[in-house]
Structure formats: C-alpha cells, structure tokens
Design a protein around this ligand. Structure first.
Ligand code: ACO
Length: 504
C-alpha cells in the first residue's frame, strides 16, 4: 500500500451564531463564493497571518438558548478552517432548517488537491433535501416537518404519499385528484402479463419487482427523458399504483393462481389485499383492522432520508435515467438483508430460534460474537442511536392486530424476549442498538398472510413516494450534477501488460 506523506491537519468548524434564525421554513444561510457550476470555493490564506488575525474565543448564546464558543468579528463567521501543507483554507459551512451543520467541501479538491475519505458515507451529506428530517439521537422522524407519530394516527398512506411528493398536505380536491390518478393507472398494460411467464417459480419477488418496474416504463410514451410536470404526475401515479399490482401478480404467479384485477372503488391498500388474496369466484374478506395495519406499514416506510436505496435512486436519477429505471435500482439496493431485506431476515431468525428451542439467550450470545457471522436482525441503525420511532408504532400496531384477530404468534413472544434481553445487555446498550422498523413489521405481515419472501416487496411499495420525491428533487436542482464520488486508489502502480506465455 502506498502511504502519503504525513501532513499537519486540523479541522475547526467555527460559527458565531449571530443573525442565524434557523427553524422550519427558514431557508438555509446563503453559501459563500458560489460559482456558475454551483460549486462553492475555499480560500487559501497564510497560516501565521491568519493566527494573528484570529480573535480570542468568547462564549456566546445561540437563539435556541444553547451556549457556544464564538469568535468576535466577521472574519471567521460560518467558516471551517482546514490546515494542510502549511496553508490554511476557509471552508463555508451550511446550516439546515433543524440546525444540522455541514462543512461544504464541494471545491476541496480543486483548491487543495485533497479529497475526503468517508467509509460508508457515515459523515457525508450527499445533498440538501426538504423531504424528511431524522434526529437519530432523539428518535425523531418527520415527513415534510410533520412527526411520524401524528401521521400514523391521523393520515393514510395515499395522503402521506401526496405530502411527501408535493411537499404539502392535500386539500379534499387535491386528494381526490391524486386518488383518481392512482385508480386510472392501476392496471398493468396487458402485454406486461407475458413478462411474468419468463421467471422461474423460484424467483425472488424483489428480482421480479425490479425487472417489472423497469419494464413498466417501456409501455408508455414519453417515459424516457426528463418529464414535464404533467408527465411527472402521471409517471409517479403509475409507479405508486402499479408497483402494488406487480407485487400482487408476482405472488399469484408464484403460487400458480390466476391474476385478480383491481377494483376501481377500492382504496389503495384494500385493493392490494384484494389483488393478493381474492379468487375469481370469491372476494377476499377485507377486515378494516387488517387494511389499516398494512396501510400503516406502507405509511411508516414511505420515506427515510438518504438511506442506501434512496441514495441509489438519487445516484441513478442524477445521470438523467428515467423514473422507472431509478426506482428499479432502488428496489435492488433495498433487497439486501442489511437494509430492507432485514424484515425477511428477522422472521427467519425468529423461526430459527423457535425451532431450536432457544429462548433467545443463545442467539444473543452468538450475535455478540464477531466470529459467529450472526447479527440480531432488526436491531441497530446507522442513524438511530435511540429507539426507532417507527418500531415503537409498529410494535403497538402488532399487539393490536393480533389481539383483534384473536391470534397468538410464538415468534412475537420470542421477539419481545429478545428485545428485552438486548436492551438490558451492555453490548447492545453501549453500541446504542435498538429495534428498528423491521423488527416487528414481519409479525404483522405474517398475521395478514403475506408470505415471508414478499416482506421486502411490502417495504418497496411503501417506499415508492420517498423515491419519487427524491427523484423530483434531483430533477428540480438548479445546478444539476451527476453523482460521481472519487476514490483513493490502492492497487498496483503503473504495471505493464505481460504476454500470456511470459506469465508465471
Ligand atoms: N447485532 C449485533 N451487533 C451489531 C448489530 C446487530 N444487529 N448492529 C450493529 N452491531 C455492532 C457491530 O458489530 C459493531 O460492533 P463493533 O463496534 O464492536 O465493531 C457496532 O455495532 C456498529 O455496527 P456497524 O455495522 O458499524 O453499524 P452500521 O451503522 O454500519 O450498520 C446496520 C447499521 C447495517 C443497520 C447494522 O446495525 C445491522 O447490520 N443491523 C442488522 C440488520 C438490520 O436490521 N438492518 C435493517 C436496518 S433498518 C433499514 O434499513 C430499514
């Protein structure tokens, strides 16, 4: 490995807080030195000179009452200082509506020749977004400023989808218009049915979903290219509506059952259950508590900031790929067990614990052992260092549903025991590992009769509004740039091509 020479490097974000009135609806402070490309620039100043000019820090108070260190004078306002190779650079900082702060390094490489290295992007803000806010330390999740707890009680998936995509709650008329558009777009193009024939019966439904979403676009004019606002409204309605039709059809196909078409007078989630479970001669018995529980699962999954799949959607969209291609890529990213696939993995884990006769203790011990290759699935989160607020709501909904269906599930008992054991175990406490959204959602879906391999598909149906809203943010960017990270190369240096007969 090639090591670069050692450099003196310090990184001091500094802010005086004066005149900053961050709050919901307050636009972020203007960035410094913006070029035509939308990149901000850093200035280089002589290190010693800068130290002389720097005033002594004084303790100040921000508008929110918290004390802070600040510097007198304007020189250092809202700037980070980076010292590299004997030079000091001023980098602009950016403050979000909720006070989150970032150092803007957009022009770091141009100015200094350096890039940043951030394994797993854990410290990287890839975009500015107005859709979802998460405070992982406090366990806060808000869609367009509205707490998830409030939406869970008062809203529906379709209304929340409108909110996420359009940035505001709909009026009666807007909600009706949106619902009508979903209804008009619920049926797949008839030729799409032939595509289902090509998949072997063992295909995972997430593979089918991704392929079919991509195929859906091909059947409509104007799908490829940047949509205007009317095309975008139609395409997003088609995607939200047809993803559930594709999901239901792939389930029916895997079971050798005939396809059931949507009923225009049914609402979104009821229609999905109808397409999944009705038969040509008998309609599925739609229990309101079942419809509500599944609708809530969709709503709770509707967006979640810059996670792996949403970042993938944004990445693909940044190349100006169409909405269907971007969403299909999102499905693939969501599939993995460390992300959306965890809901399926949780049930497999619970079933395994149940079948082995373990009360959970042996599994917890294995999950703590780095050599076991096991993790407590449905636990832990990159952002939440507190109870995932969605998990709290889902756990309650799970208890309510099983109670009203007079159903008992031994896996629920195991899940609760695991949770209690983990929350009292120093390994999980120290690492701030709490149940995430996937820990209890599978038990609800089992109670509804959704097969385990379809769990991540349910997640994808729910996540569609979030992906669409993120796609739209990419389209609407004033300074569009393709997403293209850099790397630190650690491979062979300047190697030569060796003819095959000279190779050892
Ligand atoms: N079980 C046991 N140990 C865990 C778990 C877990 N579920 N999650 C994290 N840890 C441990 C890690 O081994 C590591 O320990 P160490 O510091 O001693 O090395 C520490 O906690 C930090 O873990 P990371 O993997 O660095 O955390 P990261 O933020 O990269 O990963 C993730 C987050 C992927 C969610 C992780 O917690 C995990 O694998 N959880 C299980 C899978 C899961 O439930 N995924 C769904 C997430 S929610 C969603 O995507 C919808």
């Amino acid at each position: 490995m090639i090591l670069s020479p050692l450099h003196r490097l310090s990184f001091h974000p500094e802010e005086n807080g004066l005149g900053r009135t961050s709050g919901i609806g307050t636009p972020p402070a203007p960035e410094k030195n913006r070029e035509r490309t939308g990149k901000t620039t850093c200035e280089s100043v002589d290190s010693e000179e800068n130290h002389e000019k720097r005033p002594a820090p004084v303790v100040g108070r921000k508008p929110n009452g918290k004390s802070q260190i600040k510097y007198k004078g304007d020189l250092m306002n809202d700037q980070a200082t980076l010292q590299l190779d004997g030079k000091v650079y001023q980098l602009p900082t950016v403050t979000g509506a909720e006070g989150e702060r970032a150092v803007d390094i957009s022009s770091l490489r141009d100015t200094t020749g350096y890039i940043t290295l951030d394994d797993g992007y854990a410290n990287t803000g890839a975009c500015k977004s107005a859709i979802t806010f998460i405070d992982g330390e406090k366990g806060i999740l808000r869609y367009r400023g509205i707490p998830i707890e409030e939406l869970a009680v008062k809203s529906s998936f379709v209304e929340t989808a409108y909110l996420i995509i359009n940035g505001k709650l709909p009026t009666h008329q807007e909600l009706k218009g949106f619902s009508d558009l979903l209804t008009q777009n619920e049926n797949l193009h008839e030729n799409m049915k032939y595509h289902f024939e090509g998949f072997p019966p063992s295909s995972h439904p997430m593979a089918i979903l991704s392929a079919m979403i991509n195929a859906t676009g091909c059947f409509y004019p104007g799908w490829n290219g940047l949509p205007n606002s009317q095309q975008f409204a139609e395409q997003s309605a088609r995607l939200i509506s047809q993803v559930r039709t594709i999901a239901a059809f792939s389930y029916r196909k895997s079971r050798g059952l005939p396809f059931i078409y949507a009923k225009p007078d049914y609402k979104y989630t009821a229609n999905f259950l109808h397409m999944m479970f009705s038969s040509p001669y008998q309609d599925y018995d739609l229990k309101p508590e079942v419809v509500r529980a599944l609708d809530l699962i969709f709503l709770l999954h509707a967006d979640h900031e810059q996670n792996c799949s949403t970042s993938t959607v944004r990445m693909v969209a940044s190349s100006e790929a169409n909405l269907f291609a971007s969403a299909a890529a999102g499905v693939c990213a969501l599939w993995g067990p460390l992300h959306g696939g965890a809901n399926q993995a949780v049930i497999s884990m619970l079933q395994q614990i149940h079948d082995s006769g373990d009360d959970g203790h042996a599994f917890i011990a294995a999950a703590k052992d780095k050599h076991s290759g096991k993790r407590l699935m449905g636990f832990g989160h990159r952002v939440y260092k507190h109870y995932d607020p969605r998990a709290k709501i889902i756990k309650e909904s799970c208890d309510q549903l099983l109670h009203s269906l007079h159903r008992e599930d031994p896996l629920l008992d195991i899940a609760k025991k695991l949770e209690s054991a983990a929350l009292h175990d120093s390994y999980f406490v120290e690492r701030k590992l709490y149940p995430n959204v996937d820990f209890y959602s599978g038990i609800i879906m089992r109670a509804i009769g959704i097969p385990t391999e379809m769990f991540t598909v349910m997640f994808a149906i729910g996540r569609m509004p979030g992906w669409i809203a993120n796609f739209k943010e990419i389209l609407d960017q004033p300074h569009k740039r393709i997403c293209r990270p850099r790397q630190i190369y650690i491979g062979p240096v300047a190697a030569r091509y060796l003819p095959i007969d000279q190779r050892l």
